[in-house]
Write a protein that binds this ligand. Structure first.
Ligand SMILES: [Zn+2]
Length: 125
């Protein structure tokens, strides 16, 4: 997942790749105030974790989509040339996996964005 903030110098957005699912986790990994050196103007911004916003990673979905497309073509080949019932399961499986991953990512993003760190700091330890 990627988390987005804005440079205090030039207002250009920056992104941070993180495994954190919530702001609390993010604060544990990166600190409550995230420091970012702007690649555009060089200004070092100190952004509070509550000001950061999560967005779904689009590239991941593109890669998953490509993998599914390639997988579907291979599976369709087997569907027409091999007459076995498990082929149908294998054909639907990538789509099920895709929707599970997509749903999990959406949940992560909305979890991150909906819960603020303020007032929860005492829950970390
Ligand atoms: Zn900047």
């Amino acid at each position: 997942m990627k988390v987005y903030g804005r440079c205090h110098g030039c207002k250009k957005p920056f992104s941070v790749r993180t495994d954190a699912h919530t702001r609390v986790e993010f604060a544990m990994n990166h600190g409550e105030v995230y420091q970012s050196s702007c690649t555009n103007c060089g200004f070092t911004s100190r952004v509070h974790v509550d000001k950061l916003k999560a967005k779904p990673v689009k590239v991941t979905f593109l890669l998953i989509g490509m993998a599914i497309a390639i997988g579907a073509i291979i599976l369709l080949y087997f569907l027409f040339f091999v007459d076995r019932p498990y082929v149908i399961v294998l054909t639907t499986l990538p789509f099920v996996v895709y929707f599970i991953i997509k749903k999990q990512d959406q949940t992560r993003v909305s979890d991150f964005n909906s819960r603020k760190l303020k007032g929860r700091t005492h829950n970390i330890v």
